[in-house]
Design a protein. Sequence first.
Length: 79
Amino acid sequence: MILEGPCKAAVQAMILLGNREVSPPRTITRARFERHDLTLTARRGDSISFIVKRDSKQASDKVLWDPVVTYLDTAPAAR
């Protein structure tokens, strides 16, 4: 993820599983590309949220964040 735009301030980005933070908030700036690679245990019906918080003065900036989520079925086979 990376911040683009004319403003020079940073934004905060985080990942939630349900209402629990699974990635500590990161400060995203225009100067640095941020990567993350997480493995989470989620159950059917759990939500995964990708959240960006900005300062109200940054209306014209945007965050480029293209997450890829891969679901693996690890439940035991029904007998």
